[in-house]
Design a binder for this molecule. Sequence first.
Ligand code: NAD
Length: 310
Amino acid sequence: MACAKRLTELGMVVEVFDKARGPGGRMTSKRTTHGYLDLGAQYFTAREPRFIKQVQHWQQQGVVAPWLAPVWQYQQGKLQPSPDSQYRFIGVPAMHSPVKQLAMGLNVQYQWQLTKLQYDAAGWWLTDSQARQLGPFSAVVLSIPPAQAAAMLPAELAASLPTASLTPCWAVNIELVAPSGVPAGGIFVKDPALPVSWLSRQNSKPGRMHSESWLVHFTPAFSQQHLEQDDSFWQQSAVTCLAQILSADISSKSILCHRWRYAQINPASQATATQALSQGLWLAGDWTKGGRVENAWLSGIDIAEQLTYG
Ligand code: NAD
C-alpha cells in the first residue's frame, strides 16, 4: 500500500488487488465482539528517518499510538521485567489502521484473487480466480510471499524466486476467565525448551479485547514441524506454555487459532534485495529487507521511486 500511495503521488495511475476482505496482510487485526485482536504483527519500531516521519504523521492522524506496556522476558525458567528504551508502536484501533489510512483515495479492489501473470509486447496481463483478464499494465509490483508469487508467474521467472524465505507461525489467542496478575504487556520467550517465541497481552493495547487475553506466537521450527495439526493441538500446546510461563492455572473463556503460512524470514534463506525480476515486474515486502513492518514500508517506497525514476 505504501508503494501504491507513493506511485500515485509521483503521478502514476495505480490499481491495487488484494485477495483479502480488507487491507493489512500480516498487520490485519481480527474484529471480535470484545474489540480487535492482533494475530499477526504485534507492534512495530521505527529506525529509518523516512519511516520515523511517516509514523509521526500517522500519530498526528490518530491511527498509530505508542505501546507503552512493560516488556518482560522468560529465560531459564524465570519470568521477569526486561525494560529497554525502545519505542514500540501499534495501529489504533487496529493494527491495520495505518495501512487503511494509506489506502484512502487509492483504487483498491479487495476479495480479488489473482492467479496468473503473463507478459507480452503490450505489457502485463493479470488473470483472476474467475478467469477475468485485466491489463495491459506497464509494471506490476507483487507484495506477496515469494512462494505465492512463484505460483502465478511463468516458470522461467518463478524459478529464480526464494520460495523458502518465509517460515510459518501458528498464533493462538487465549482469553482468560480470571486475571493472571502478570502486568507484562509483551513477553520475549528465550527458552529453547519451549516452542513459543512471544506472548502479548491484548488488553494492554488500546482498542483491543477488554478482558485479559494472551496472544501466543509459536517458533518457526515448531510451527513448521506441526504445520498441519488441527486447532485442538495448538490450543492445548498454547495453554500448557502459557501456564508454565505465567506460573498460573489457565482457565480459558475462549481460544482462537490462526496459521500464518508465511510469517518470518528464514535465516537460512538469503533475502533478495528489492528487485526488478524482469521487464516491469517487481517484488516488494518485508522479506526483501528483513522481517519488520518498517522494512515492508521501505521496500514499497523504494520500488515506487526506482520504478518512476529508474
Ligand atoms: P524489537 O527491537 O522490539 O525486537 C527485536 C528483538 O530483540 C526481539 O525479537 C527480542 O528478541 C529482542 N528484544 C527487544 N527488546 C527486548 C527486551 N526488552 N527484552 C528482551 N529481548 C528484547 O523490534 P523489531 O526489531 O522492530 O522487530 C519486531 C519483532 O517482530 C521482532 O521480534 C521479529 O522477530 C518479530 N516478527 C515476528 C513475526 C512472527 O511471525 N511472529 C514475523 C515478523 C517479525
